[in-house]
Design a protein around this ligand. Structure first.
Ligand code: HSE
Length: 316
């Protein structure tokens, strides 16, 4: 059997929701072609990696092979699996790149073996991503697999729920070229203090509740207010070029909420769905000017919340 799966990029954390909230973003998607043959032994290999970011994907141990290994182990399946990866999601920018590859692989295998337990599939994809990327966090894979905005509300056992959205906001992603790529997430995680003042935990808890209430009720202003973070973003300041400098100005220019996308350096900026073209153009001009003045190469993309992974059977 041969299947083709795609899974979108994602923005994790959404401000206060470190490792528990993430949004699928329709900017980029990874594609994984999975060929499965029945066998009495298990063999998993990546036969080809292509796409603009292929040079970052090792052919031997990558998030696709690791996720496939986890899947077969979990369901006690022996099979020969060949993987072809098309790596389109930029690496090291905080857009859930390794998670998208793992999610696409797991989505294809889930379809092939008729598995629909969402919590288990997210866990398998997260274990796969961890094995290859070294930083254990299920938020990106959950968003890439399920689409929309997801909440991981339990780690052991892993439990995830998709937040029902009344309205889909307009999103802008500001994406500076990263200064670190290898082990960036691991490094970004090492910057976070292990002990957090209770006051900041209380603040962040309230914001998560505001953010979710805002999305469910369609009050995007409230959701945007909930995107503030007093714990993780301040700790990561050294690897977030210009984030703290541009944030308030972006809000004054019409953004409802501004947060770091995953471990950065990308920035997610949220607007009402009917935000005017003029507002977006002014914001783009401002960002281009600010970043080029500091000689930081950056990209600016308009985006929307994406669907979950999609799978197509190519050969039965
Ligand atoms: N929640 C993870 C982190 C996401 O912030 O480290 C990484 O993409």
């Amino acid at each position: 059997m041969k299947l083709k799966a795609i899974a979108y990029s994602s923005s994790a954390n959404l401000g206060p929701g470190y490792d528990v909230l993430a949004m699928a973003i329709d900017l980029f998607y990874d594609e994984v072609i999975v060929e499965i043959k029945k066998s009495s032994t298990t063999r998993i290999e990546t036969v080809n990696v292509s796409g603009p970011y292929s040079s970052y994907v090792p052919i031997s141990e990558n998030t696709a092979t690791a996720a496939a290994k986890e899947f077969l182990k979990r369901y006690n399946i022996e099979a020969e699996i060949k993987l072809k990866i098309v790596k389109n999601v930029p690496v090291g920018r905080g857009l859930g790149s390794s998670g998208a590859t793992a999610a696409a692989t797991v989505a294809a295998l889930a379809k092939a073996f008729n598995i629909s337990n969402v919590n288990e599939l997210v866990k398998i994809a997260a274990e796969g991503e961890k094995a290859a990327a070294g930083a254990p966090h299920p938020d990106n894979v959950a968003a890439s697999l399920l689409g929309g905005i997801v909440l991981i509300y339990s780690r052991r056992p892993l439990k995830v729920v998709k937040i029902p959205l009344k309205i889909k906001p307009k999103i802008i992603i500001i994406s500076p070229e990263p200064s670190i790529i290898k082990d960036k997430t691991k490094y970004a995680r090492s910057l976070i203090p292990k002990m957090i003042p209770l006051e900041n935990v209380v603040l962040n808890t309230g914001r998560i509740a505001a953010l979710i209430t805002g999305f469910i009720t369609g009050n995007l202003k409230l959701a945007g207010e909930g995107m503030e973070d007093s714990i993780v973003e301040p700790a990561r300041k050294p690897i977030l070029p210009l984030y703290f400098e541009v944030k308030e100005k972006l809000k004054n220019m019409g953004a409802l909420g501004v947060c770091v996308s995953g471990a950065g350096p990308s920035i997610l900026v949220m607007f009402e769905p009917n935000v005017s073209k003029q507002t977006l153009e002014k914001i783009k001009e401002y960002i281009v000017e600010e970043y080029s003045r500091r000689e930081i190469k950056t990209h600016i993309y308009e985006a929307s919340i994406a669907d979950g992974a999609k799978v197509e059977i190519i050969e039965g």
